[in-house]
Design a protein around this ligand. Structure first.
Ligand code: GRF
Length: 206
C-alpha cells in the first residue's frame, strides 16, 4: 500500500514510519509522498535523505481555500496513496480532501482524546494542560480525521504514567518515544491489513 505523510515540523513521527518501512512492521508500505505545510520543516530533509518525494503546499500560495484544498487533493491522488497520515501536520484539512479520502486519513495527537485536544492544542500545550489538571496518566491517540479538530473515530491509544518530577517537556518527550512512535506505525499496519471497520463514528479492530 502507498501512503502520503503530511508534516509541518520536525518529523520524528515521519522518521518512525520511515524506520518501520526499512526494518520494522511496514516493510510492504511505500511512502509515496511527503506533503509539508512549511518549506522550513525539518521533516522535508528526512524525506529527501531517504529518497522520498516531497512537496510544499501552503494555503497562502493559492487564491482561495478551495484552490488550496484542490491542490492538496490532486497531489495525493497523483501520488497513488490510499491512506493519508497526518504526522505533526498543523493545518485543518479542507472538505474536498476529507471527502475524497473518507475514513482514509489518520492523525496522531499527543493526549488521550477527548482530553486536551481541539483548536490550539498542539505542540507543548496539551502537556502543559495535562500537568496543570493533575491527571495521573496521559498518552497519545491515533484517530481518523474529519473536518473538525481531533473529533473523528479513535483507532489506538497508549498511555504513560505521570511522574512526580515531570515537566511539560519531559512528558512530551516520553509520550513521543513510548506512545506516538509506536502507535502511529501500528495504526498504518492495521489499516493496510484491512482490519479496521468504522460504524457510527466508532472504529473497530477485527
Ligand atoms: C507530535 O507530538 C504529534 O503528536 C503532534 O505534533 C508533534 C509532531 O512531532 N501532532 P514530529 O513533527 O512528528 O516530530
Amino acid at each position: 500500500m502507498k501512503i502520503a505523510v503530511f508534516v509541518s515540523g520536525g518529523g520524528t513521527n515521519l522518521q518512525a514510519i520511515i524506520d518501520n518501512t526499512k526494518n520494522g512492521i511496514l516493510q510492504d508500505i511505500e511512502i509515496a509522498l511527503v506533503l509539508s505545510s512549511s518549506p522550513d520543516a525539518y521533516a522535508l530533509e528526512r524525506a529527501n535523505s531517504n529518497g522520498i518525494k516531497s512537496v510544499v503546499i501552503r494555503s497562502k500560495d493559492y487564491p482561495s481555500k478551495a484552490d488550496w484544498d484542490q491542490a492538496m487533493t490532486d497531489a495525493v491522488i497523483s501520488s497513488g496513496a490510499e491512506l493519508i497520515v497526518l504526522a505533526g501536520y498543523l493545518s485543518l484539512l479542507g472538505p474536498k480532501i476529507v471527502g475524497a479520502f473518507s475514513n482514509r486519513i489518520i492523525n496522531i495527537h499527543p493526549s488521550l482524546i477527548p482530553s486536551f485536544c481541539g483548536p490550539g492544542m498542539y505542540g507543548i500545550k496539551p502537556h502543559i494542560a495535562a500537568l496543570a489538571r493533575g491527571v495521573k496518566v496521559s498518552g497519545a491517540t491515533v484517530h481518523f480525521v474529519n473536518e473538525n479538530y481531533d473529533s473523528g473515530p479513535i483507532l489506538l491509544q497508549k498511555t504513560v504514567d505521570i511522574l512526580p518530577d515531570d515537566t511539560p517537556e519531559r512528558l512530551q518527550k516520553r509520550i513521543m518515544e513510548e506512545c506516538e512512535w509506536q502507535i502511529l506505525p501500528k495504526a498504518i499496519r492495521l489499516i493496510a491489513d484491512g482490519r479496521v471497520e468504522i460504524n457510527n463514528n466508532i472504529a473497530y479492530i477485527r
